[in-house]
Structure formats: structure tokens, C-alpha cells
Design a protein around this ligand. Sequence first.
Ligand SMILES: [Fe+2]
Ligand SMILES: [Fe+2]
Length: 226
Amino acid sequence: MTDLRNKTIAEIVSDDISTASVFKKYQLDFCCGGGKTVENACEKANINVDDVVNDLLNNKSKNEAPNLNFKDWSAEFLADYIVYVHHTYVKQNLGVISEFAEKVANVHGQHEPKTVEISKLFSIISNELTAHMGREEFILFPAIKAKADNPHFEFDEKTLSLIEDEHEEVGTLIKKIQELSSNFTPPEWACNTFKALYFKLEEFTNDLYQHIHLENNILFPKVKKL
Ligand SMILES: [Fe+2]
Ligand SMILES: [Fe+2]
């Protein structure tokens, strides 16, 4: 019990990715704010730490799928995995979600102004993420591979902190959408496009949290040790 309280959120999620769903339930950030201990994060968010620890101990999704041991992977392999799985997911879904968001904002914006705000926020996320992933794919990840191949390669650690700042920014934007959408809960009267939008936004958010977690908490610490 006491052990889990004093571990950082990033450590817990890195050991067992299925715990991410518990932190998401309490809206505790495990990708950018993952450096805090469970106790500190709960205190700050005014959440009962015992509830979180109990959920972590009874975490049911644990046995649903085998965990991938990201921590044991090489930096190069992890970078490729991130591009193939997460960057591909983002690229395939930005367009669809933007389209749903615009449609919902156009139809329901007058009596539900937050749909307009969500659409605007998602369009910022879309532009920022596209540029951000380009920087990773064409600058950062090739540099990581070069450093892994040749320890004498001059790796500019400033790039890492720049990329981490961008994660923080996009994380803040997605959290705003999570709040505005009452944690992706469509209103009773929602039409199918509205429901589809919230469903896709939740899926997108889960993927993004996992994506940023892999970069901030697993890949970058590996790179710093190369
Ligand atoms: Fe990425
Ligand atoms: Fe990233």
C-alpha cells in the first residue's frame, strides 16, 4: 500500500501499462505530469489517495492483454514502434475527427457553444501534432538512432526538452477537451455524429497519453543513458 503511494505515476505505468486506465479514470496525468508520486498527485487534485491505490491493486484490465515490455526494448526499436503504431494512428485519425468536430460544431454550436470550442481546440492539436511528429520522425528519431550506433555522435539534448515542452502543450489542449466534453460523455439528445465524435476523441486521447508516455518516460530516459 505505502509502496504504491510513494512511487511516481510514471514508474507505475512504465512497470504495467494497464494501470494507465486507472490514472485516466481519475484524470491524473501519467505522461507529462508523471514525475509526481501518487500521493502528491492526489493531494494536488484533491482526490482520495486510498481510492486510487485500491483501484491500482484491483486493476482488472491487467489480465486482458499481455503487457509489452517497452522498458526492455532498445531505443531504436521503441522509436520505430512509436512511429508505426502511434504516429500512424494519429495521421489516420486527425482528418476523421476534425470532420466530425466541424460537423457537430456547425449543427449544435448555437445551443451548445462548447462544441465550437472543442472543434477549435482539435484543429490546433491537429496542426501542432503534425508538425511535432515531423520533428520527431525527421530530426529527433534519426539522431537517436545515430547516437545508438555511434556513442561519439553529438546529440543535442536541447531537442529533447523542446519536444517535451510540445508534449506538455498538446497535453494541456487535450485535457481541455476532456473537461469540456465532461470526460467524453455525450448529452442525452446527442445525434450519432456527436456520439461518434466523443467516442473517437476518447480513443484519440487514450492513444495520445500512451504515445507521450512512451516518449517522455521510456524512450527519452533511455536516450539520456546512451
Ligand atoms: Fe511521437
Ligand atoms: Fe512526441
